[in-house]
Design a binder for this molecule. Structure first.
Ligand code: G6P
Length: 610
């Protein structure tokens, strides 16, 4: 979603802003722009489309500026075009604002500003901010105070950066509900919505919290609340490296991240399995383990792919811990006044740790007294910081918009939690050791599946012109069917639906004909015979079938048109293996259609608006 980068220092800000914006491209955007101060004047340049277009425009101007802000916009109010792109500015073009989030009362603010003579030129909610700040500047307030006064009138969410020609020594940054960090350098400082934008320049960062603003000078910064109370902030050192967020020779981040899964899965388990005790050790849960084990109920709340991981988690937790477990879309959970008690543990799963609905759901759960446990990938993200206890997935940076390695790592963490609780309850040592052993074998089994890449690519070639797909699975593999369908939709724009295989008879079977491919996830587990019946039913209707099957299953070949044979593991861990061919299938179909897999249309990596 929208991205922010800002620079103040002695260097030319233009390449820094452009490279920062390029690093933010993965978040999803539709237009880009920058504003900068140079030679006592201010300038703004923006366009619809790619950052490279902006770069091209700027390359013709010989700019040398030490202060600027840049933005990638993901449209919420108003179509993606040059006018609606950020930065937005006041009438005399002295004040520039970039904004992530949504101003909910922008219509009311617009109406009162119109009465003061302000004319709006964009369709955006964001344009109200420079005008509102300007109205206070006109009353004689300095910039910082004017920003505070404006923010007091704003309802909604924001991560924003402001520069002003008449106070050219600072950037003002403020946060409420939309992530924002400061990057601290030597005689230079940065503002960004995401560390990847500034990682090339500094690893020292300050995380702003909701309700905080920063006045950033080139050699120091001051953080205060919107109410003007100064706050002392800690500087945190980022451990992520620049190499980790590069493509490493792969054509797309998505493929790189799929291929990284033997390592990312390994990293999620590293130091967390104790074979002798047949259990898991999760330092992040220390002090809360008894409360978790004694929970009367577990709720898992998340969005998108993380929600699918939650569904698998439900199967794991109920099977082994016998604690009733429910899974909720965070967006529904937060608005429907859920019944929550102090005996509930609520697990919030989020790769980015910034998804607006998940964050808000977590705050609501905390307010109601439940134990809020975060499972996040991005270290230092809002959910990671605000959850009461939590576990990092340690999958490494995930840049591809379609989530892959984060999903398998989320499943690992859910398996670890399950193991830990189950062993504290009534799982036997031997059973616990069995799970530990199977988990240890996963990286090699994933390696084995990844060797099928060319085979899967060849299958993708056959289906690149399909317009509809059905994905079916049972038990633990039902959520994988949903995830497989989601992957295909996200990057290939082919309509796909996931269903529990038995439900096929209640609707989707009507769609099946010789043009409709169905992917069956059919490893040899306790539901195998049932799913074979569903395959037969599909075959009888001339459906085209791709089967994800166990490596020793020769029987399935007579039923399916294409089979992808993978190693087996215990049922609870099977989704970590079955999802991988589906990720590859979606990837190759999209590439064969000539689509930009890393930046699918309309999607965002980090959904920071509701
Ligand atoms: C977006 C991303 C998905 C992701 C979902 C939840 O839609 O494109 O890949 O699964 O948000 O994100 P989170 O960061 O909370 O896991």
């Amino acid at each position: 979603m929208c991205g922010i980068v800002g620079y103040i220092g002695n260097k030319n800000c233009i390449p820094i802003l452009i490279n920062g914006l390029k690093r933010l491209e993965y978040r999803g955007y539709d237009s880009a722009g920058i504003a900068y101060l140079a030679d006592g004047s201010s300038f703004v340049i923006k366009n619809k489309g790619k950052v490279s277009l902006l770069e091209e425009k700027l390359s013709h101007l010989n700019i040398n500026s030490n202060l600027g802000i840049g933005h990638t916009r993901w449209a919420t109010h108003g179509i993606p075009n040059e006018i609606n792109a950020h930065p937005h500015f006041n009438e005399d073009k002295t004040l520039y604002v970039i904004h992530n989030g949504i101003i909910e009362n922008y219509q009311t603010i617009r109406a009162s500003l119109r009465k003061l003579g302000y004319n709006f030129i964009t369709e955006t909610d964001s344009e109200t901010i420079p005008y509102l700040i300007d109205s206070f500047l006109k009353k004689g307030f300095p910039l910082c105070k004017s920003v505070q006064l404006a923010l007091n009138e704003i309802e909604g969410t924001y991560g924003l950066a402001v520069i002003y020609l008449n106070e050219p020594d600072k950037i003002i940054a403020a946060r409420k509900g939309s992530p924002l960090i400061l990057g601290i350098g030597e005689n230079e400082n940065f503002v960004a919505s995401d560390v990847s934008a500034i990682l090339a320049h500094t690893k020292q960062v300050v995380y702003l919290e909701d309700g905080e603003m920063a006045v950033v000078y080139k050699d120091h910064f001051v953080v205060k609340t919107i109410e003007d109370v100064e706050i002392k902030k800690e500087i945190t050192e980022i451990t992520m490296s620049l190499e980790e967020i590069d493509k490493g020779g792969y054509p797309h981040f998505m493929l790189k991240e799929i291929m990284e899964q033997p390592d990312s899965v390994q990293n999620s388990m590293r130091g967390r399995l104790i074979y002798e005790e047949g259990t898991a050790k999760l330092g992040g849960l220390e002090g809360y383990i008894d409360r978790i084990v004694n929970s009367k109920r577990i709720i898992i709340s998340a969005c998108g792919t993380s929600w699918h991981a939650g569904l698998v988690g439900e199967y794991m937790l109920e099977q082994f811990t016998r604690i009733p477990t429910e899974v909720e879309y965070a967006s529904e959970f937060r608005y429907r006044n859920p019944i929550i008690s102090k005996d509930d543990t609520i697990i919030f799963i989020s790769q980015s740790g910034e998804t607006a609905d998940t964050l808000a759901a977590m705050r609501e759960a905390k307010r109601k007294g439940a134990l809020a446990l975060g499972i996040c990938n991005v270290v230092g993200s809002s959910i990671a910081r605000e959850s009461m206890t939590g576990i990092y997935t340690h999958a490494g940076p995930e840049i591809g918009v379609a989530s892959t390695k984060a999903f398998s790592s989320q499943l690992i963490v859910l398996a670890l939690i399950t193991l830990l609780i189950a062993r504290k309850k009534d799982m036997s040592l031997v059973d616990g050791q069995g799970i530990v052993e199977e988990m240890t074998k996963l990286p090699d089994k994933i390696r084995q599946i990844l060797k099928l890449n060319s085979e899967i690519e060849a299958i993708a070639e056959k289906f690149k012109s399909a317009t509809n797909f059905l994905y079916l699975g049972r038990g633990y593999n039902f959520p994988v069917a949903l995830e497989g369908a989601l992957k295909l939709k996200e990057i290939s724009y082919i309509h796909a639906e996931g269903y529990p295989a038995a439900e096929m008879k209640h609707g989707p079977i009507a769609l099946i004909d010789d043009n409709m491919p169905t992917v069956f996830i059919a490893p040899k587990d306790s539901t195998y015979d049932k799913i074979i019946s569903n395959i037969e039913e599909t075959k009888a209707r001339k459906g085209v079938i791709i089967g994800i099957a166990s490596e020793n299953d020769d029987n399935i070949d007579r039923l399916v048109d294409y089979s992808i044979k993978i190693p087996d593991t215990i049922r609870m861990l099977m989704p970590i293996l079955t999802v991988i061919p589906l990720q590859l299938l979606a990837y190759h179909i999209a590439v064969k259609k000539g689509l930009n897999v890393d930046q699918p249309r309309n999607l965002a990596k980090s959904v920071t608006v509701e």
